[in-house]
Design a protein. Structure first.
Length: 173
C-alpha cells in the first residue's frame, strides 16, 4: 500500500526548502555601481544650489549617500562609494552633510560558514529521508537479505518425472 500523502508532503517540503535557500542566497535588491570617491567628495563640496550630497551613512568603509538636486521632487538619488574610515567625517560635517555611522554586521566567518553548512545539512537530511522512504516503501528496493525463499530437501520433494511425464509420445521418444 503506497502512502501518497507522505510523498506529496515530502515534495512540498523539498520545494519550500529550495525556495528558502534561493531567497537566502540571492542578493536583496538591485546592486548599485559604486561611485568613485573623488566624485563623491566633489558632490560634498558642491554648493547647495547645485547637485549635492545631503546625507551619508557610513558602515565600515562603505558610504551610502543621498544626492539632492535643485527642484528635484520625490525620492533623492542614492549612491554608494568606498572610502577611508571615520577620518573623512570632519570634512563631511564641515560642508553641512548629515553623517550617520552604522555598526558593522556580525562576523563574516559565521555568515560564510552558514551559507556552506546549511545547504550541506539540508542535503544530508534529504538523503536520510529518501533512504528511509526507499526502505519503508512497498517496493522494498533496499531490503537486502530478507529473502522469503524456502529451503527444499529431498524428503519434501514427492513429485517425480513419472508423475509429470504422462504424454505417451514423450515416453516413446
Amino acid at each position: 500500500m503506497k502512502q501518497p500523502h507522505k510523498t506529496l508532503l515530502l515534495w512540498v517540503v523539498l520545494i519550500v526548502a529550495f525556495l528558502a535557500i534561493w531567497q537566502f542566497l540571492t542578493p536583496s535588491g538591485p546592486q548599485r555601481q559604486p561611485m568613485p570617491y573623488s566624485e563623491f567628495i566633489s558632490l560634498v563640496k558642491a554648493p547647495k544650489d547645485q547637485k549635492h550630497v545631503e546625507e551619508v551613512d557610513i558602515k565600515g568603509r562603505e558610504y551610502t549617500f543621498q544626492i539632492k538636486s535643485v527642484g528635484q521632487k520625490g525620492r533623492p538619488e542614492v549612491g554608494v562609494t568606498i572610502g577611508p574610515t571615520e577620518d573623512s567625517a570632519e570634512e563631511l560635517l564641515k560642508h553641512g552633510v548629515r553623517v550617520t555611522f552604522q555598526k558593522d554586521e556580525g562576523n563574516p566567518f559565521l555568515t560564510s560558514a552558514l551559507t556552506i553548512l546549511l545547504p550541506m545539512l539540508f542535503l544530508l537530511v534529504m538523503f536520510y529521508l529518501f533512504m528511509r522512504q526507499l526502505q519503508a516503501g512497498g517496493g522494498k528496493a533496499m531490503s537486502f537479505g530478507k529473502s522469503r525463499a524456502r529451503l527444499l530437501n529431498e524428503a519434501q520433494n514427492k513429485v517425480t518425472f513419472a508423475d509429470v511425464a504422462g504424454i505417451d509420445e514423450a515416453k516413446d521418444e
